[in-house]
Design a protein around this ligand. Sequence first.
Ligand SMILES: [Zn+2]
Length: 93
Amino acid sequence: MFDILTDKEVVARKAHKCIWCGEQIDWGTTYRRLTGKFNGDFSSNAWHLECSVAGNEIIDEIEAGFDAYTYQRGSTEERDVPFYTQETIDDET
Ligand SMILES: [Zn+2]
């Protein structure tokens, strides 16, 4: 269960990584900052606005928990290659 503490649209003062798609949120763009407690653990996540819209489409599923960086930007389609897998490969080289 995800308990929302704050949910607002803010202008990025530095680059962030979107929790949904794993792509960069550029400095100076508006994004959604969502903070809350997920199963008792504090979390603070950045979303592209279009990814937030996509997430709302399957809100019942993701409230039960979802893997970060799993989805395509602005879509409820999963990535072919998960972002974290790409990162792991990068770290090993
Ligand atoms: Zn995104």
